[in-house]
Design a protein around this ligand. Structure first.
Ligand SMILES: [Cu+2]
Length: 625
């Protein structure tokens, strides 16, 4: 299976944000609206097409403008790893097209030799004067485990490669989490977890407004039972609840003549229950996912004269989404050389729009409720011959439209400057997928090539509507979500590593994607040919790294969706670290420079072509005991 499991740090930086960590994965790219809360694209597809979960729990953002992807509600110090699964193999947590991103929380095992463990990390980044403090503490005994984390980040506006300040790019984040686990028996345990995250005064330079406050509380209680023998080996069940609130602020933008209050709320409760089975060469996972989400977004428009009558609308008219689905993943070890993976899921998706009158304005008489059946299937075959690995796979799956795609009302998109209207009658998006990989590995080097191809039917996009007039004075028209008969998407990645000397390692990555609609037109936000290469040298307690990454020019852009040609860019980075013992603490000191040559650039996925950060010197210090 194409799963990636790594520590939350990158080659270059030991103290990374969740976004920076995800960016080091070859199948993740980002739409950036500023310095904070980047929207992760998996296989070059937007977040509606992937399932993003925290330990299998569904959390939905409360912003109609995608200021708050789920990845913005965690911190690097409350995660242990991030599981990225491509395509239909990622259907364990629910229906998907692009795959799944599961953010795995830290959980300390029972009965560690060392009862208390802790880490403290602090650092400073000069470009945007970002200062951060991250702390972790855990306790482990035979019966009881406790985990806690706390994180603060504060950053000012950043400067681009021309040393110009990018206004409204500051952010402030506070995050804390705790987990308590108790061993109820020899093979069973009970665990409660909570995360609280608060972002305040976050600027979104690419959008016409900022974030005043965003808060999330994410809670769960789980029970796990292991079995020593028999078919059933483990059974893990969890109930969860999370609440997100989001308040935007457009009063700090003098260009806004008319002000709008645009708060949003999203509450989700759910159940995940997973069983692991094993019999001989055959192993299986079965997972039940049930959740209920309520998404609400309001829009109150004030004329310049505040005493005049205001206008009110629901941009998400109290939309309920209920989902129940059963997923399974199976692997059969045919021999030492080959393995067959196969699985599927069947889901039921239900939507209800409470204030359906907002949906009736563009879709008169559309039913208030909608039921959908979401099937999915996948299979892959892996072959391992000496030092070679091969795999081929295929998949088929449906997804339901998101709340905005189905029920959104006048959601302003500042990229193409259209107001977007949801369509409750959209068909399920249906994906047919094939993938393949080939790799070679020995003691000194490894090389791997991966390709996947998606043929997507009823591909959901926004299309210009002739009726309706724009509500926002900045917008140029109204677009309604509609289905293209089909779209095609191809992704390719090549990874290689080579140990030049015992302590000198090289790594390289090349990725390419291409996507077109039914008439050969380009789809938006598709990454042009991109590369990343790095060298890492270690000597005793010293480590030095350097890396170069960039994209070629985005020739295949889509003017229809507001894109223009983005030129190529190349960014050079360097860092050095020193590991030593200070009293009884293991200490790592790191310093580095990102964008060493202060390149002025913006990428194909920078909203409104906002320039990226120029030269940035970072330092960090980490103590652990
Ligand atoms: Cu927002």
């Amino acid at each position: 299976m194409a799963k990636v499991k790594r520590k939350i740090e990158t080659e270059m930086k030991m103290a990374v944000s969740v976004d920076e960590f995800l960016a080091s994965s070859d199948n993740i790219s980002f739409i950036k609206r500023g310095a904070y809360a980047w929207e992760p694209l998996l296989n070059n597809m937007s977040t509606e097409r992937s399932t993003i979960t925290i330990d299998g729990m569904h959390v939905f953002g409360a912003c109609t403008d995608k200021m708050d992807p789920i990845t913005s509600y965690v911190e690097s110090n409350n995660l242990s790893t991030i599981d990225i699964t491509s395509g239909q193999e990622g259907n364990m947590h629910g229906a998907t097209v692009a795959g799944s991103i599961d953010l795995k929380r830290r959980s300390t095992p029972f009965g560690l030799d060392k009862k208390w463990n802790g880490t403290y990390q602090t650092g400073f980044e000069t470009n945007n004067k970002q200062f951060f403090n991250l702390g972790n503490l855990s306790f482990s005994s035979n019966r009881f485990v406790a985990d806690g984390s706390i994180a603060f980040r504060k950053a000012g506006n950043y400067f681009d490669g021309n040393n110009d300040m990018v206004n409204h790019s500051q952010f402030n984040k506070f995050n804390t989490s705790f987990g308590l686990a108790y061993k109820t028996g020899e093979l069973s345990s009970l665990r409660v977890d909570a995360i609280y995250d608060k972002a305040k005064d976050v600027g979104f330079p690419a959008l016409p407004m900022d974030l005043w406050l965003s808060r999330a509380i994410i809670t769960s209680a789980s029970y796990k039972q292991l079995f020593e023998d028999g078919l059933l080996r483990a059974w893990d069940s969890k109930v969860y609840f999370n609440a997100v609130e989001h308040y935007m602020d457009d009063t700090k933008r003098p260009e806004n003549l008319v002000h709008m209050d645009m708060p949003g709320w999203s509450n989700t409760y759910g159940l995940v229950s997973k069983a692991n089975l094993k019999h001989g060469n055959y192993s299986s996972e079965i997972q039940l996912n049930v959740y209920d989400n309520l998404s609400i977004a309001e829009m109150t428009m004030y004329p310049q004269d505040r005493s005049k009558k205001t206008m009110f609308a629901y941009s998400w008219p109290w939309v309920n989404t209920r989902f129940a689905g059963l997923s399974t993943n199976n692997s059969w070890h045919i021999s030492g050389m080959s393995q067959l993976n196969f699985g599927g899921s069947l889901g039921w998706n239900y939507n209800r729009s409470k204030y359906v009158e907002f949906n009736w304005i563009f879709h008169p008489g559309t039913p208030q409720e909608k039921n959908r059946i979401l099937p999915s299937l996948h299979a892959s075959y892996q072959l391992h011959i000496n030092q070679f690995d091969f795999s081929v796979g295929t998949g088929y799956g449906h997804r339901a439209p998101s709340v905005s795609e189905g029920y959104g009302y006048y959601i302003y998109n500042s990229f193409d400057r259209y107001d977007y209207i949801g369509n409750p009658d959209l068909k399920n998006e249906v994906s047919y997928e094939t993938n393949a990989s080939a790799g070679y590995k020995n003691e000194r080097m490894g090389i791997e090539a991966k390709v996947n191809y998606f043929h997507i039917e009823s591909y959901i996009v926004g299309r210009i509507l002739s009726l309706g007039s724009p509500m926002n004075y900045q917008s140029v028209g109204v677009k309604g979500y509609t289905s293209l008969s089909q779209a095609k998407l191809f992704n390719m990645a090549l990874n290689a590593n080579y140990d030049i000397l015992k302590h000198l390692h090289w790594k390289g990555m090349l990725a390419y994607a291409r996507a077109t609609d039914y008439k050969g037109g380009n789809l938006p936000f598709i990454r042009p040919l991109s590369y990343q290469t790095s060298l890492h040298f270690m000597h005793r307690q010293f480590g030095i790294r350097t890396s170069v990454n960039g994209d070629l020019a985005q020739e295949n852009y889509s003017p229809e969706y507001g894109e223009d040609l983005t030129p190529s860019y190349m960014v050079w980075n360097m860092s050095a670290d020193y590991t030593f013992s200070f009293r009884n603490y293991k200490t790592v000191l790191q310093a580095g420079v990102e964008n060493l040559f202060n390149e002025q650039y913006s990428t194909y996925a920078d909203w409104g072509n906002i320039p990226r950060m120029g030269r940035n010197v970072f330092t960090s210090l980490k103590f652990s005991f």
